[in-house]
Design a binder for this molecule. Structure first.
Ligand code: FAD
Length: 550
């Protein structure tokens, strides 16, 4: 096994004690390769306790949720996590160890075990998410008081977000270009393979479990065909990475040129769920891309290249870490204050794939079935829900993605929802994705729609597949799909809705400009009333125009 110096970004609290037990606490970072916490924990240890805690905060079944799963995670992601844990357990066993599963509040159960096991080191990957920040303070303060050395390296991202923020005078850079300028080259991954690990020590009275199944967790009715086609785990991640690196595809990768409707052979890597759980190290991924570039004469560059995509990931991590209340509109200094509508009916129609726009509904079905969609598909549905058509709050859409995506990632998801709703990072609210023509450009025959919305599969001619409500009734009858009965009428008229949304965004931007972003709750309510009154007046005028014509 290779020895390595702790990275400068790691947190160490007491001097190293060798020859005794260590705990490596897995949360993300579900891998053996490039895992500084695992390497440091096993260095010189007589015993190693690799633990993962099944946390009810994420896993407890919620019978009231809109689809199977917990209140925070859909069943697809829970299943992906369990597959990743099983793979980690197998890989640890190959090295003479095993994964110890604990259940309960992570701080409580871990502290109980630390009290019973003879350990001198506690090692876990540093996590920038607020949930883990709060949890880690509790565990760290117990360990420090008990004289246990804590090692918590940054290894989930390419860079330490804190370093970038410091280089930028204490604030996160808010443009990709300035981020890239500050970032430079990331540290190299640890490339030496572990050949063995110290054995697990005496377990005392701690309750240790095997990796549970979804049924063990209380999801009795789960059927296999409800699960995402993507299988979790480090082994799968490395296989997938190898496949991606095989041909010139990596060198020519150029986003956003890919086809969002490609589902038989998706246009991007689908490595995001593996990065989310740390089954794949982003530094190792970066290193492999650099290696692949060496064998070609030319390759694409950031922001559109594959390397550039990994930099986007770190960009959002840095922005999220350095921005208080990054996951909400109120109290978030980088987020425009916009009087979004509180309309649960529209939200539900969007979430349940019942908007009547096949392109939007097919994407939402893909989200529910696969837990993954192409980046531009995510653009389409996020824009549609917020500033494009429905004017529903981005936080509501974020919640749906957060639950259902298998790659659901706190920093990236919130960052992109702010981007798409023109609340932060991107401000051209007049540029709207059409729910009718955008998908048609890539997939004129509507194969993607036919796959995810079987109700439109049979005989809906291609000229109507993106707007079936315009098909004559004879065609609807022939296609076995009556609009309004078998498939919904559109929830809004896109032409009117997007015009209305742009008017509202214009007024909201003007208010934010006037008040330098410091818009109070009352001022926002006032604007909401004014906009609603305008909308009502407009609707009345339209009704009387129609009566006159009629
Ligand atoms: P590739 O194109 O192959 O890119 C490789 C990796 O680069 C990805 O796996 C991802 O880690 C990173 N990456 C790519 N695009 C972005 C981006 N725009 N921002 C940050 N990192 C990026 N991605 C998530 O991982 N988790 C989320 O919760 C998430 N929520 C999103 C919500 C919205 C509204 C939008 C518009 C995008 C969201 N994304 C999210 C970003 C992006 O869509 C996905 O990372 C990407 O589609 C994943 O597919 P891939 O692995 O094939 O990506």
């Amino acid at each position: 096994m290779r020895l390595f110096p702790p990275r400068a970004s790691s947190i160490m609290t007491t001097p190293t004690a060798s020859g005794s037990g260590s705990v490596v606490w897995f949360r993300k970072g579900l891998r053996i390769h490039d895992n500084p916490a695992l390497e440091f924990a096993s260095r010189g240890a007589s015993n190693l306790y690799p633990v993962f805690v099944i946390d009810p905060h994420y896993m407890k079944p919620d019978p009231y949720a809109s689809s199977p799963g917990s209140s925070r995670a859909g069943l697809n992601r829970i299943n992906f996590l369990l597959q990743s844990l099983r793979d980690l357990d197998l890989n640890l066993k190959k090295l003479g160890s095993r994964l110890l599963i604990l259940k309960g509040d992570p701080a409580e159960v871990l502290i109980q075990c630390l009290k019973q096991w003879n350990v001198k080191k506690l090692c876990f990957e540093y996590d920038t998410e607020p949930y883990y920040q709060a949890l880690d303070i509790k565990v760290k303060s117990f360990a420090v008081a008990a004289g246990i050395e804590v090692f918590s390296p940054v290894s989930h991202t390419l860079f330490n977000p804190m370093d970038i923020i410091q280089k930028n005078g204490g604030k996160p850079p808010l443009s990709y270009q300035s981020f890239v300028k500050l970032a430079g080259d990331p540290p190299s991954p640890l490339l030496t393979e572990l050949s063995s690990l110290p054995p697990v020590g005496h377990l005392g009275g701690c309750d240790i479990f095997e990796v549970p199944t979804v049924e063990d967790l209380g999801y009795e009715d789960a059927k296999q065909d409800e699960f995402s086609p993507f299988k979790g785990g480090e082994s799968e991640a490395l296989k997938r990475l190898e496949e991606c690196m095989k041909d010139k595809w990596v060198a020519n990768f150029e986003k956003p040129k890919g086809n969002p409707a490609a589902f038989l052979r998706p246009a991007t890597t689908i490595l995001s769920p593996y990065l989310k759980f740390g089954c794949l190290s982003s530094r190792y991924f970066y290193h492999c891309i650099q290696d692949a570039y060496k064998s070609v004469s030319k390759h694409t560059s950031p922001p559109v290249s594959l390397l550039g995509q990994l930099l986007w990931r770190d960009f959002f991590y840095t922005a999220a870490f350095g921005t208080p209340n990054f996951d909400r509109m109120r109290g978030n200094r980088i987020c425009k204050q916009i009087p979004w509508k509180d309309d649960d009916k529209l939200l539900e129609a969007w979430r349940e794939a019942r908007t009547g726009f096949p392109w939007i509904d097919a994407i939402m079905v893909q989200l529910r079935q696969w837990g993954w969609m192409h980046h531009l598909a995510r653009h389409s549905v996020a824009c549609f829900l917020t500033r494009g058509d429905l004017f529903v709050h981005w936080e509501k859409g974020r919640d749906v993605f957060e639950r259902l995506l298998i790659d659901s990632d706190w920093a990236i998801n919130n960052g992109n929802w702010m981007w798409l709703s023109c609340s932060s990072f991107f401000y051209q609210y007049n540029r709207i994705y059409s729910p009718i023509t955008f998908g048609k450009k890539y997939d004129p025959n509507g194969d993607y729609i036919r796959h995810f919305l079987p109700v439109l599969k049979a005989d809906m001619p291609k000229q109507y597949i993106y707007e079936p409500w315009t098909a004559p009734i004879s065609i609807q009858t022939k296609a076995n799909c009556i609009i309004g009965k078998d498939y919904p009428m559109p929830v809004v008229s896109h032409d009117l809705a997007n015009k209305e949304c742009r008017r509202k965004m214009g007024e909201a931007y003007a208010l934010n400009r006037k008040l330098n972003g410091l818009v109070s709750e009352d001022e926002l309510k006032h604007l909401r009333r004014k906009l609603d009154a305008g909308e009502e007046q407009e609707a009345k005028a339209k009704r009387s125009r129609q009566q006159l014509i009629g």
